[in-house]
Design a protein around this ligand. Structure first.
Ligand code: GAR
Length: 221
């Protein structure tokens, strides 16, 4: 009997609206992303992203950091759900909290983050507001592997977004979100295809299998 391959299992961490989660769910549903969201966890029980997950029939948990002794205890609870749902990759999608080594060591080079700037520029919780305040004419979106510093770690892909002279926070956020909603599923699909690796903190993206030169079969003359 033909065995269908196991899909990449994603555990998505959110803190708010979860529009990036929605883009990932939609890409999984249409098949442009060969993966499945196995669990969604929020550090805010009222995060709208949890509603989006439940609407898609995905287990969703809102955990309250104040109920835990410290960040490691909180991440132990997050880790419990990630492992229980057999997650392959952890996907931070608007997760406004630093993950500790507890999660990073459990998923080495398997924790991703998206940030609304061309990192290392404008890290933090207000990347768009800070770019506007600085008066720069270009910002963008970064998808990267996470490390223990918030919004830091090996960069996988970036896309620039021009800032218009009449931009408000809302108009800029709209265009940046539109880029994010394409870029995150695109990077995740590269990961699903096994084309993303990290060597010495540098990300390597291999070409698709179909475009690789055939390897010579040395057993034949
Ligand atoms: C996104 O713009 C994401 O890049 C940003 O939060 C927003 C969440 O939107 N993340 C950070 O700023 C991380 N430092 P969403 O909840 O609608 O996906």
């Amino acid at each position: 009997m033909h065995k269908t391959h196991d899909k990449l299992k994603l555990g998505v961490l959110v803190s708010g609206s979860g529009s990036n989660l929605q883009a990932i769910l939609d890409a999984c549903a249409t098949g442009t992303l060969d993966a499945q969201v196995s669990v969604v966890i929020a550090n805010k029980p009222d995060a709208y992203g949890l509603e989006r997950a439940r609407a898609a029939g995905i287990p969703a948990y809102g955990l309250t950091p104040q109920n835990y002794a410290d960040a490691v205890a909180f991440d132990t609870a997050v880790m419990y759900e990630l492992l229980r749902h057999q997650v392959d990759y952890v996907v931070m999608a608007g997760y406004m909290r630093k993950v500790t080594s507890h999660i990073l060591d459990g998923f080495p080079n398997r924790v991703l983050n998206i940030h609304p700037s061309m990192l290392p520029a404008f890290p933090g919780a207000h990347g768009l507001r800070d770019a506007l305040a600085a008066g720069v004419t270009t910002t963008g979106v970064t998808v990267h592997f996470a490390n223990e510093v918030f919004d830091e770690g090996p960069i996988i892909m970036q896309e620039a977004v021009a800032i218009r002279p009449d931009d408000t926070l809302e108009s800029l956020a709209e265009r940046v979100h539109a880029v994010e909603h394409v870029l995150y599923p695109k990077v995740l699909q590269l990961i699903a295809q096994g084309r993303v690796s990290v060597e010495d903190s540098t990300v390597i993206i291999s070409p698709p299998l179909s475009s690789r030169a055939p390897t010579r079969d040395l057993t034949r003359q």
